[in-house]
Design a protein around this ligand. Structure first.
Ligand code: FAD
Length: 436
C-alpha cells in the first residue's frame, strides 16, 4: 500500500472521524465522505426550529479513555465539554447509590454501604454478582444471557429492577433476558475495577456534533485533509490497481490505496453487497439484530429542575430523565430516555409524550403541562448485544478495504468508545498493511 495515496473514509461518525484523525497522525493523507450535511451519525445534533437538540442522550464512562484522548488531540477539551460525576443512581424515593471517591473496589464497597434504600440482603447480593463477574473464570465459561447469571447469583427482584436491569439496558441497549453476560462483565470490570476515575459518568455539556465530530473535521482541514459533507458513496469498485468510489451517481477517476467503510452496519452491508470477496463480513452484519432508543424532549418553564442532571425513573415507560438545563441547554428542558424494545413502541408520539409527562409529574408535583414536546425515535440505535455474536474485523477479504464502526470486533457493546476504538484499530491495521 502506497502511503502517499489518500485513504478514503466513508462516514463521518465517531468511528470514521477517529480513523481519519489517527491515520492523519500516522502521516496518511485522508479524504472523508459523509452523506449527511451534519457529521456525527448516531451521535449528532438535530435542529428543531431554533433549537439544537441531540438525537439521543449519551453517557460516557471514565474508563472510555480513547474518546477522551482523541478529543484532546483535536482540541476538544473533555474536562470542559464533559460533566464528570461519580457513578450515581438516583431513584427518588426508592434508592440512592453513589460510588465513593476511593480506589476500586473501595469505591463500590463504600458506595454500597452508604447507599440509601437498599436492604442488607440486596447489598450482599450486589457484591455476590460483582465478585462473580470479576472472577477470571467468568469469561472462560460459555456466554449466556445476563438474566441467567442474575438467577444463578440469586439477585433479588427489586435489586434487578433498580440496579442490574437499568445498568444493562443503558450499557448494552439490550434487555437482561437477551443481553450478553460477557459484554456486560467487560463493561463493569473496566468501569468498576479500573482506577479511581474509571467509574465516573461523563455527561456531554455541549451538543454531540460539537463534542468531537466538528472539532475533528476542523482539525483535519487545518492539517490539509479533505472532508466532504453531503456526499454519499453509492458503490465501491475493486480494481487491480486500487479501489474507486461511486460518489452519488458517478464513478470517480481517483484510485485509493485504502478505503474504510465507517458507516452504520446496515449501510456497510449495502456497500459490500456487490463485492463477493467480502461475503463473510456481509454475512456477519446481516446476522445482527437492532434495538431502538427513544428520546422525548419536554420543555417546561425555566424554574423546573431535577435534583441531579440525570435521575432514574422506575415503574413506568421512562428509564432516565436528563435535565438539559444543568448540561448547558435551556433551563426547564427535560429529556426522557427509553432504551431497547418495549411496550412504548405501541404508542403514538403524542400519547407517549403525555405518558412521560405524567411520569415526570409524579416525580415533580405541580409540574405544569409542557410548552412543547419532541420525540426522536432511533429505530436502529445499536445492534442487539446478545451472547455469542461474531463481529467483523477491520480487514475485509479485499486488500485495501477495511471496516470500522461500533459493530466491529470489540469486547464492548455499541458505544461511542467502541466506535472510536474501532477507528483507531482500523488505522493501525492500515498502517501495518502499508509496511508489508
Ligand atoms: C439514541 C442513541 C443513544 C445512545 N446512547 C449512547 C450512550 O449513552 N453512550 C454511548 O457510548 N453510546 C450511545 N449510543 C451509541 C453511539 O451513538 C453509537 O455507538 C456510535 O455513535 C456509532 O458510531 P459509528 O461511527 O460507528 O456509526 P454512525 O454514528 O452510524 O456513523 C456512520 C456515518 O456514516 C454516514 N454514512 C452512512 N452511509 C453513508 C454513505 N453511503 N456515504 C457516506 N456516508 C455515509 C452516516 O451518515 C453517519 O454519519 C447511542 C445511540 C443512539 C442512537
Amino acid at each position: 500500500m502506497n502511503r502517499a495515496t489518500p485513504i478514503a473514509i466513508v462516514g463521518a461518525g465517531y468511528a470514521g472521524l477517529s480513523c481519519a484523525v489517527e491515520l492523519a497522525l500516522r502521516g496518511f493523507p485522508v479524504s472523508v465522505f459523509e452523506s449527511s450535511r451534519t457529521p456525527g451519525g448516531r451521535a449528532r445534533v438535530v435542529t428543531v426550529g431554533s433549537l439544537a437538540l441531540d438525537n439521543g442522550q449519551h453517557i460516557l464512562l471514565g474508563a472510555y479513555r480513547e474518546t477522551q484522548r482523541l478529543m484532546r488531540r483535536v482540541g476538544a477539551n473533555p474536562d470542559r465539554l464533559l460533566l464528570r460525576q461519580p457513578l450515581s443512581l438516583h431513584y427518588p424515593g426508592e434508592m440512592d447509590l453513589v460510588a465513593a471517591p476511593f480506589v476500586p473496589p473501595l469505591n463500590l464497597l463504600v458506595g454500597l454501604l452508604r447507599a440509601q434504600g437498599l436492604s442488607w440482603a440486596e447489598r450482599l447480593a450486589a457484591l455476590r454478582l460483582m465478585s462473580a463477574l470479576r472472577s477470571d473464570d467468568f469469561l472462560r465459561r460459555p456466554d449466556r444471557p445476563l438474566a441467567a447469571v442474575l438467577a444463578e447469583t440469586r439477585q433479588p427482584a427489586r435489586l434487578c429492577r433498580l440496579l442490574w436491569e437499568p445498568l444493562c439496558v443503558s450499557a448494552l441497549n439490550t434487555p437482561v433476558q437477551s443481553a450478553s453476560a460477557h459484554v456486560f462483565a467487560n463493561v463493569l470490570r473496566d468501569a468498576l475495577f479500573g482506577d479511581a476515575r474509571s467509574a465516573d459518568m461523563l455527561l456531554p455539556r455541549t451538543d454531540l456534533t460539537r463534542l468531537f465530530p466538528q472539532p475533528a473535521i476542523e482539525w483535519l482541514i487545518r492539517q490539509g485533509h479533505n472532508v466532504l459533507l453531503g456526499r454519499a458513496i453509492r458503490g465501491i469498485v475493486h480494481e487491480a490497481d486500487g479501489i474507486r468510489l461511486r460518489v452519488e451517481g458517478e464513478l470517480q477517476p481517483e484510485r485509493y490505496a485504502g478505503v474504510v467503510i465507517a458507516t452504520a452496519p446496515w449501510h456497510a452491508a449495502a456497500l459490500l453487497a456487490d463485492l463477493p470477496e467480502a461475503a463473510t463480513e456481509k454475512a456477519m452484519i446481516d446476522a445482527l439484530a437492532w434495538e431502538p432508543i427513544v428520546t422525548a424532549y419536554l420543555a417546561y418553564p425555566p424554574e423546573w429542575r431535577l435534583a441531579a442532571p440525570m435521575v432514574g425513573l422506575c415503574g413506568g415507560l421512562g428509564q432516565w430523565v436528563f435535565d438539559r438545563g444543568q448540561l448547558g441547554g435551556p433551563p426547564g428542558l427535560l429529556a426522557v430516555v427509553i432504551s431497547a424494545s418495549g411496550r412504548h413502541q405501541a404508542l403514538q408520539r403524542d400519547d407517549l409524550a403525555q405518558t412521560l409527562h405524567d411520569e415526570l409529574a409524579a416525580l415533580l408535583p405541580g409540574l405544569p403541562a409542557p410548552q412543547w414536546t419532541q420525540v426522536i425515535a432511533e429505530k436502529r440505535a445499536t445492534f442487539s448485544c446478545v451472547p455469542g455474536l461474531s463481529r467483523p474485523l477491520a480487514q475485509t477479504g479485499i486488500d485495501g478495504l477495511f471496516l470500522c464502526g461500533d459493530y466491529t470486533q470489540s469486547p464492548y457493546p455499541a458505544t461511542l468508545e467502541s466506535a472510536v476504538r474501532s477507528g483507531v484499530t482500523c488505522a493501525q491495521a492500515i498502517d501495518a498493511a502499508s509496511r508489508k
